[in-house]
Write a protein that binds this ligand. Structure first.
Ligand SMILES: [Zn+2]
Length: 375
């Protein structure tokens, strides 16, 4: 089957997290027909039911290469020129929700594996881990799948993630890691009062603004140059007060910090807590993931050689970008992330050149050959 045709079938499944609409079964039946053992892993909590897929094929002893992807997509939103869940070819582009993030990557790997199994002898295993809730990230997706994989001894040696990683051209960038991410919520308590009577109030809004300004001005160290610098951004400021003559008694704010491996989440939390303390502000944290970076030169080399051969360019290794399920997989094995361009992900009219899907498929095929050391 052709990669574009396969991808159209997958886009036509309206799998907005946590819905599945046949997406997991679509991939499973394709792999089953090629000799894979498949297992649908459904995990539930309350109303939340998430379908995930594990599939594996083994040919003798040898390394186990994992492919990690997600079949769920973000909601369509407004502004589409074509139906988002009905794949459409417009000129030289395939348009539809999820074509870049990341049904295109899954399709390219499925078709590459199909060709690889038909044409090459290899020693080892190929495993698929397809999750159904990456865009929301509850416990019923990758975390439950990994718990299952540990219990069943199905953790691969290395893992390729097919998320969109390329920048201007397919092959120009490989993600070898990501910065860590923490969301912090600040609450400042003061005393409400009349704006004309400064002695009567304690301005919570002023306190929280000063606190955020000081957090933003903190000089983060940047010794680990594999990562972009650590950065903090305020994302929400709220007082609930719309009266022009009232000073708010309570204000709250959210900030997000993306941090390099110069810091652990604990260290970031300590620094921010001590700044918040100076202003008498309470702070709570939610850690999305630690910073990580893959140092396996051999794995990086096998992928970059495949890209050079197919696309004729040398990829840049980067640890920028947002977080992915790689932050969980990295606890168990090497992780490398490579896929099409990320420029239209989560946007309306999400699209990818059909030629780029074929290039990606060919790169994955070359990578499989390099990984299993086939001629
Ligand atoms: Zn994604």
């Amino acid at each position: 089957m052709d990669v574009v045709q396969f991808c159209c079938g997958l886009i036509n499944c309206c799998s907005v997290t946590p819905a599945n609409d046949g997406a997991i079964e679509y991939i499973a039946s394709f792999l089953q027909e090629r000799g894979f053992q498949t297992k649908i892993l459904e995990f539930s909590e309350g109303e939340n039911h998430v379908r995930n897929l594990f599939a594996k094929i083994s040919r003798g002893q040898g390394k186990n290469l994992g492919f990690l992807g997600h079949s769920d997509v973000v909601p369509a939103g407004d502004g589409w020129n074509t139906p988002p869940f009905s794949a459409t070819i417009v000129g030289d582009h395939l348009v539809g929700r999820g074509v870049t993030d990341m049904k295109g990557g899954i399709s390219a790997f499925c078709i590459a594996v199909d060709k690889f199994l038909a044409e090459k002898n290899f020693e080892g295993s190929i495993s698929f881990f397809i999750t159904g809730d990456e865009e929301i990230g509850t416990y019923q997706g990758i975390l439950s799948v990994l718990d299952w994989a540990v219990q069943n001894r199905e953790i691969p040696n290395d893992c390729l993630i097919g998320e969109p990683s390329s920048f201007e051209k397919v092959g120009d960038r490989i993600y070898i890691g990501h910065r860590g991410s923490i969301n912090a919520r600040l609450i400042a308590k003061g005393k409400q009062g009349h704006v004309a009577q400064p002695k009567s109030f304690d301005n919570s809004l002023l306190k929280i603004c000063q606190c955020i300004t000081q957090m933003k001005a903190f000089q983060w160290k940047h010794d680990d140059l594999r990562f972009p610098p650590t950065n903090l951004e305020p994302t929400l400021l709220y007082t609930g007060n719309y009266a022009e003559n009232v000073v708010p008694g309570e204000s709250s704010a959210n900030v997000n910090i993306r941090f390099s491996a110069d810091y652990s989440s604990e260290e970031i939390k300590e620094i921010l807590s001590s700044i918040a303390n100076q202003f008498g502000i309470s702070i709570e944290f939610r850690v999305s993931g630690e910073a990580y970076c893959c140092d396996d030169e051999n794995l990086k080399n096998k992928l970059s050689r495949a890209i050079e051969r197919v696309a004729g360019i040398s990829p840049k290794f980067s640890a920028a970008g947002g977080t992915s399920d790689g932050r969980h997989m990295i606890k168990y094995c090497n992780v490398i992330e490579f896929g099409v361009q990320d420029s239209t992900m989560h946007q309306s009219n999400e699209c990818c050149k059909t030629a780029d899907l074929k290039i990606l498929q060919n790169i994955y095929y070359e990578f499989l050959k390099n990984y299993f050391e086939c001629d």
